[in-house]
Design a protein around this ligand. Structure first.
Ligand SMILES: [Zn+2]
Ligand SMILES: [Zn+2]
Length: 333
């Protein structure tokens, strides 16, 4: 499986391991950069290789504890380890972190959509030999979803509504269901709601096809994963008194009419959720446990060389679930 691995070279930076891509996956962030050269107000300043969700095989540990040939999950957050946020264990809020394939890091660092990757060894998490790389590529987006669940305080027995059943919403559904919450999924698209039910939602709602009164104050936590303002207003209506709304969606800058009075009347807590911290480890352990069926969350696989076609497919809106890219050694997997 790793026979075609290129050899590591002495130009691998200190503290970095040389890796060969196993599987990567597409994120909404990649699509924003691909189609608009910008994401969440950050403009690309020069061409960059996209991609921040991937797993890879170790080619050259370069003095680290990693082992040649082992599969590792890549944590894309390269934090400084010294700022106040890092000392608090909140590397997502690190003031000088680096993130690959993103305009938030200047100069930009190339992302993971390439066969040969140098990445800090401390950001590589080796996994058990039985783990399927097509599942392990979900570590980063699953960590984002788990961070939103943690910010929303989602736990067993709660009623949770997830608005938006794109890849992030689906992972929030799967993660909340794995915790023992009773999950309801809401989307405009019947196909997406069908996948949400396979992902673990007990109930599926299609926008415009349910009675508003049925969802009013019905949920302990709402996870907003659509980025659509009407969905945010639905969340304000659907959450119970003193309930929480966690914003997982990659929401873009805009002006909008929001039912702010409900926040006051019901004492709603609205929490933002940006990337992840300890949730990366939580996500890898959940993947190792095999308790989430990632195959139902995968829309389609493309070879890495067809990343452009894969992004066009994502842009078409015809994909339900995650689109993954196979590294060259995995083309036939
Ligand atoms: Zn992402
Ligand atoms: Zn820091």
């Amino acid at each position: 499986m790793v026979s075609t691995a290129p050899q590591g070279t002495s130009d691998t930076p200190q503290g970095h391991a040389r890796l060969r891509l196993a599987v990567a996956s597409l994120c909404g962030t990649d699509l924003h950069y691909y189609s608009q050269f910008a994401n969440a107000g950050f403009l690309l300043q020069n061409p960059v290789t996209l991609g921040h969700e991937a797993c890879a095989y170790v080619v050259n540990p370069n003095g680290s504890d990693l082992k040649v040939g082992e599969l590792v999950a890549l944590n894309p957050i390269m934090n400084c380890q010294t700022c106040e946020a890092c000392k608090r264990g909140e590397e997502n809020l690190c003031t000088s972190k680096k993130f690959p394939g993103s305009a938030t890091t200047v100069p930009h660092l190339d992302g993971f959509f390439r066969d040969s990757i140098d990445h800090p060894a401390r950001c590589c998490r080796p996994v058990a030999a039985h783990v399927d790389p097509c599942h392990l590529t979900f570590a980063e987006p699953l960590a984002c979803a788990l961070h939103a669940l943690n910010k929303g305080g989602v736990e067993a027995g709660q009623k949770v509504l997830v608005t938006g059943c794109g890849p992030m919403g689906l992972l929030a559904i799967a993660g909340a269901a794995a915790r023992g919450a009773e999950v309801t999924a809401l989307d405009l698209r019947p196909n997406a709601v069908a996948v949400a039910k396979k992902a673990g939602a007990k109930t599926g709602l299609i926008a415009g096809e349910y009675d508003d009164a049925d969802i009013e104050k019905a949920f302990d936590v709402v996870v907003e994963a659509s980025g659509a303002i009407p969905a945010f207003n639905t969340a304000l209506k659907a959450v119970r008194q003193k309930g929480k709304i966690a914003i997982l969606s990659n929401i873009q800058m805009r002006s909008a009419e929001i039912a702010l009075h409900l926040i006051m009347l019901k004492e709603i807590a609205i929490v933002g959720s940006f990337q992840f911290n300890r949730e990366f480890e939580e996500a890898v352990q959940l993947i190792e446990s095999g308790s989430i069926d990632f195959d139902v969350l995968t829309a389609r696989a493309f070879p890495l060389a067809e990343a452009g076609t894969a992004l066009e497919f994502m842009a078409s809106g015809e994909a339900f679930g995650k689109i993954i890219l196979m590294g060259s050694g995995n083309a036939d997997s």
